[in-house]
Ligand binder design. Sequence first.
Ligand SMILES: [Zn+2]
Length: 329
Amino acid sequence: MSFSGLIGNEHNKQILQRFLRRKNLGMTLIFAGPEGIGKRQFALTLAKVANCQNLPETNDDSCDICPTCQRIQAGTYSDVVTIQPDGTYIKIAQTRELINDVQVRPREGRQRFFLIDEADRLREEAANSLLKTLEEPPATSTIILLTARPDSLLSTIRSRAQKLNFAPLPTPEMEKYLASRFQLATPDARLLALLTGGRIGQATTIDLTEYRRERRELLELMDLLATGNNKHRLLKAAEHYGKQERDAYERMILLFLNLLRDIFLIAASGSIENIVNIDVADRLSLLAEKIGIAQLTKWIKKFDELRFNLRININRQIATESAFIGLAN
Ligand SMILES: [Zn+2]
């Protein structure tokens, strides 16, 4: 994607385009902000403009169709190098290689880029070995540290780099973008914008049909719990969820908690204004009325507990049965 195709974080776009016009890109940058909001795409676009074969006169956007742009986007261009944690940390062996690599002249393009993913996972020793390189990379090398936790970077690193903060998109903008880019109907675009909280990179990871199916099941479970008089069906449901793999089970708990959050908001404020699952607002309002704030608080506590206990290897089926029967009483 080119700068003109990227939406949001306009201020950062302008800063990067100013760098590009200045032409000396030998520097270290920090791209800070939550996961999934497009930091990596901004870095790739910067690399594309710096190496594009069809630069416009303004020198500040990529064509996106030349082989160079396409290979940078696909991750197969030798002058754009990504460093990721090897296990939990970015290790000193990796930074040693990087220190040498940064000094090498571009192999096929005009400018080399080094993207350090999850830069907050640099071990102290590895980070310290990098300081000199970060402070003064050669004019043909740009180093970009990507992180969701900029405060975890050593201050000695932070002081050697220019930091750009990335923010999620406001919901209405995200909704408009999703509707036009993926040809989504308005209710779908709105739900996806709310579910992702404006983090554009997350939008392609959610399958709305599957999401709605799982949600429908959980709303039925809520009806069952709220009525509380059908122990047999509740036990059946507990068995069904308890038997799921850990990941699917955890996803169920999180979705249940998100729905409870919406219902709680409605119960507490009497308004649907700030809920996520806006497309089923009527159903959630009915549940809010049926369950009531006191019970909702208990439900949230219980499901938080189930989520927490996942860390210690609980018997999920037994824990779920006891939670469901306990809540239905
Ligand atoms: Zn190009």
